[in-house]
Ligand binder design. Sequence first.
Ligand code: 7RM
Length: 636
Amino acid sequence: MALKINSLGGYIHEYQKSVNTPEKFWAEIADNFYWRKKWDKVVEWNFEEPRVEWFKNAKLNITENIFERNLFTHADKPAIIWEPNDPNEAHITLTYKELYEKVCQFANVLKGKGIEKGDRVIIYMPMVPEAAIAMLACARVGAVHSIVFAGFSSSALADRIEDCKAKMVITSDGNFRGTKKIPVKAVVDEALEAKSSIENVIVLQRTKQDVTMTAGRDTWWHEACEGVSTENKAEEMDSEDMLFILYTSGSTGKPKGVVHTCGGYMVYTAYTFQNVFHYNPGDIYWCTADVGWITGHSYIVYGPLVSGATSMMFEGVPTFPDAGRFWEVVAKHKVNQFYTAPTAIRALQAYGLDPVTKHDLSSLKVLGSVGEPINEEAWHWYHTHIGKGKCPIVDTWWQTETGGILISPLPGITPTKPSYATLPLPGVQPVIVDSEGKELKGNSVEGNLCIKFPWPSMIRTTYGDHERCRTTYFSTYPGMYFTGDGVKRDEDGYYRILGRVDDVINVSGHRMGTAEVENAINEHPLVIESAVVGYPHDIKGQGIYAYVIADMSASETDTEEELAKEIILTVSKIIGPIAKPDKVQIVSGLPKTRSGKIMRRILRKVAEGDISNLGDTSTLLNPEIVDELIAKAGLA
Ligand code: 7RM
């Protein structure tokens, strides 16, 4: 594919072309893909409704671009190399031909279970090749997959099933993670206890732990595949037909179903994959994300596989059997591009260099970072000790809603700068606005990050509620997509992402709405009111700090410590362990304005442990509460 930019001049040229003649620019890139029918118009859009259509009336199937288009040249090349949790278990390599047959077979299984184009299918699975097979089989038959990260609780899973009215769940018996065996099917069973739209559950056998199979509803994956043909003709999809829904947290209590469509998503993820990682044929590429997040969708499965790349999938965790596991796997498979999250780098940094120097990392060429701002210290450690000073770091900024990477260095081509995502990729037009929505032009400016022109993989709608898409992303600054992130453009024009400016916190690269966590806390019977804020955390980037007003008199037995523990358990049950507060402070009140709004700024300051600059608290409805907060946080 002639998609790769090879020089700084090439980047500048492509960037200018993408701004001056975007339709010509994207048409030339899209020409490299296999379309059953080409588009009538490259892009049609307005950010008022919003309505965004790319490659209008083109017909395709993304899996034909992965398989049929490449089979003559790629049949025997590895598509997926899967490394299991336990290093003593054998790894699995699936060539493009083998993966193709498995996808076709499972596509036939889906059809046999009555799944048709447009039906929603929930995937709730560990990091095994079958998770990718399930995704691709859905895409093959035109079903819309919605992956729910397997760490979410049964009630979070049930909410998502209900929101998209899914017909099927694909899951596994259990999940190996480090030394743990986590029940997965049992969580699905709990989610399906109440009446739901689910007709069928397909269960992959992975851990061989005991599960209950419900007759008429549940089928084992291997039994469902027995005797099923490995030939399947892909469903014809419109460029703007839905490919998948992925739920993500925002500033309200209820996660939104971000909708991505077929044509633009395919073109953009493949284009950015090849350029940002500088992937060359024969390279082994490894992204450590989970397929439950957008990074797994775009840069483990779709981007790499549409590009004919070899994509590694890892089932385990960075610290099992020891903190050298990532590096052991890099050495074992001679990984060339390695893509992970700052939280993982910081966690491993804490174990020192022994686990690193034991392994031969000389195959590495490019290192990537994603999910949260990477602090300078972690950047340097990654650069020096993992990349041995010779691998460019691509700090990739993007979101579930953007579908693909928007701001990132191109390795070896454009400069890097520690803690900077640096420059927009071709086709991306960022603008910085102040709180009034005035564009801040020129360099050395700081404000809110918006994008003023559409790119092919951008969000199309929030499932079932288009108005919510409009108000969340397109109404704050009319005519622009608002990212929710603060940003600085430095004196050289490089972008540095400063973090969220809304009520979203980023815990270990996972997005959590503070309102979502508050809703969960409020489910505890003794809780009257709660307020959640993020605070700086050495490893996770941000930790979760919960202030809780509780009616202790309603219960004789609870001490504050016991109550805090119960609250943490409640959150774990309602959302999942990733949303557990790191600190719970029981308080008698929350600082409020006279109109009853919680002053989160004060709560954030106390959580940070910084009580200088609390500002004028005298206008509060209850100024005395501030002293109590400070005293209870041990800061007095
Ligand atoms: C890919 C992903 C999106 C939010 C985003 C930012 C933060 C992501 C970076 C980053 C600084 C980065 N999707 N974020 N990447 N902040 N530098 N390179 O993470 O939807 O789960 O999260 O993550 O705040 O808005 S996401």
